[in-house]
Design a protein around this ligand. Structure first.
Ligand SMILES: Cc1cc2nc3c(=O)[nH]c(=O)nc-3n(C[C@H](O)[C@H](O)[C@H](O)COP(=O)(O)OP(=O)(O)OC[C@H]3O[C@@H](n4cnc5c(N)ncnc54)[C@H](O)[C@@H]3O)c2cc1C
Length: 410
């Protein structure tokens, strides 16, 4: 390695990690003819199986526009439920904010899509890119060297490949991040996110609800039909006890928290648990490499923004790479990396701060804080300008957006 002697294949971009982020990046760059190698350590039949990921994702308007432009939305549209109202509040205070699609012209505020259907949609878009994208799965990179104005990687099967740029999409516990010399801060919230789907008797009318209980936030997210997904964050010990309940007792706990607004709840399928840990990388780039998605920073799911943020990373780096390829320039050069780091750092920092702040604020039961929270929520509710600002932010329509996020072609 290093002199390129044994290199058998050359790519514009090598992507390490085939989660939602890596798949979206492969679809974006491969979709316009960039040569991409996607390396995923798990076999595709494992990552695409229903049991692998029980989460749903709240897709903001900007993200939906990007998925549409990538040709991925068509493969998930029938599994997407439009969000028409969002209700955020505490159970034991008067403060609550209510967002309505009518306040922003009647268009949905976002969409809820099961992660496994997002995967399918992205894989279909990659398929449509034809030979531009090579998927190696299950596979890992066993040796990595940055040399001769590129990056050389040896795969587990002995193949040596070369790329102009490496995109690390390994998720928040990325090991390659450290190999590249990038450190990361880590904060364990001591919480676990319990996730599952319920069928209910009455229609949800496209209403997403987030309620803050003293022991953690609880979200109910609408799915097609009379079904909703819940994300229930609890302190680890309590989460373990709740997860250990049988289906009937667990359903009764959820019904008690959520009330009878949707009629009787019936658990659908499996229940999943996710540890909630904030990981925040010290840098997003190293020589010939970029961190993308949760590998750059993995945030608390309290605002449903993690993958929307990841998709803004994806569309930014895809635009930088593709623009340079079109001009015959090096997509992994230092100025390309600087552009990516500068473009993504503010948005990233803002969401780390906001999600961490909201979680801490609502996890605290001190009376003055409770009163301030209630007053804050009530104030936002009464100030149309502030409300619209928060809505447009949550819809992913604010800031220096990459072309794909604006619904334009790459
Ligand atoms: C409970 C919960 C609810 C959430 N809800 C929302 C929401 O509503 N909206 C939203 O926007 N976000 C949400 N998120 C966040 C969202 O799920 C993540 O941001 C997103 O899944 C990150 O995807 P990723 O591909 O970056 O990372 P990951 O999903 O972690 O994928 C990393 C991939 O890399 C592979 N990999 C790792 N190491 C290697 C290696 N060395 N070689 C090869 N492959 C490797 C792994 O096998 C995996 O496939 C939620 C998160 C949680 C926990």
């Amino acid at each position: 390695m290093g002199r390129g002697d044994g290199v058998t294949e050359r790519f514009d971009l090598i992507i390490q990690g085939g989660g939602l982020t890596g798949l979206a990046l492969a679809a974006a760059v491969g979709g316009v003819g960039g040569r991409v190698l996607l390396v995923e350590e798990r076999p595709l039949p494992v990552t695409t199986a229903a049991r692998f990921d029980g989460r749903v994702t709240a897709i903001a308007r900007g993200s939906k526009q990007a998925l549409d432009s990538l040709g991925a939305w068509a493969g998930m549209a029938d599994a997407a439920e439009a969000i028409r109202e969002i209700e955020v509040g505490e159970t034991d205070s008067l403060g609550a904010v209510h967002y309505d699609a009518a306040e922003v012209g009647g268009e949905p505020l976002g969409w809820i899509v099961p992660n496994q259907r997002i995967r399918q949609g992205l894989l279909a878009a990659i398929d449509a890119a034809g030979p531009a994208v090579t998927i190696a799965a299950p596979a890992t990179i066993t040796a990595l060297e940055r040399a001769g104005g590129g990056v050389e990687a040896r795969l587990g099967d002995g193949r040596e490949v070369r790329g102009a740029l490496l995109a690390v999409c390994e998720g928040r516990f990325s090991a390659t991040r450290a190999t590249l010399g990038i450190g990361a801060r880590r904060w364990d919230y001591g919480q676990t996110g319990l996730v599952c789907t319920f069928a209910h008797e009455l229609p949800h009318l496209g209403r997403a609800v987030e309620r803050f209980f003293p022991d953690g936030p609880f979200a109910m997210l609408p799915l097609p039909g009379n079904r909703s997904s819940i994300v229930w964050a609890l302190e680890n010990g309590l989460a373990k006890s709740v997860a250990g309940l049988d289906d009937a007792a667990f359903t009764a706990e959820v019904q008690e928290r959520f009330g009878d607004g949707l009629g009787r709840l019936t658990l659908e399928g499996h229940r999943w648990s996710y540890p909630l840990i904030l990981v925040w990388s010290h840098a997003y780039v190293a020589e010939r490499a970029v961190l993308v998605g949760d590998a750059a920073r993995g945030i608390h799911p309290i605002a449903g923004q993690g993958w929307n943020l990841a998709l803004r990373d994806v569309t930014a780096i895809a635009e930088i790479v593709v623009d340079r390829l079109r001009l015959g320039l090096d997509p992994g050069s230092a100025d390309a990396l600087e552009r990516y780091a500068a473009w993504r750092s503010f948005d990233s920092l803002a969401l780390v701060a906001v999600t961490d702040g909201i979680n801490r604020l609502f996890a605290n039961d001190v009376l003055p804080l409770k009163l301030a929270r209630g007053a804050g929520l009530a104030l936002v509710e009464r100030l149309p300008v502030a409300k619209r600002f928060f809505m447009r932010h949550a819809m992913g329509l604010v800031g220096d957006l990459p072309r794909l996020m604006r619904g334009e072609a790459l």
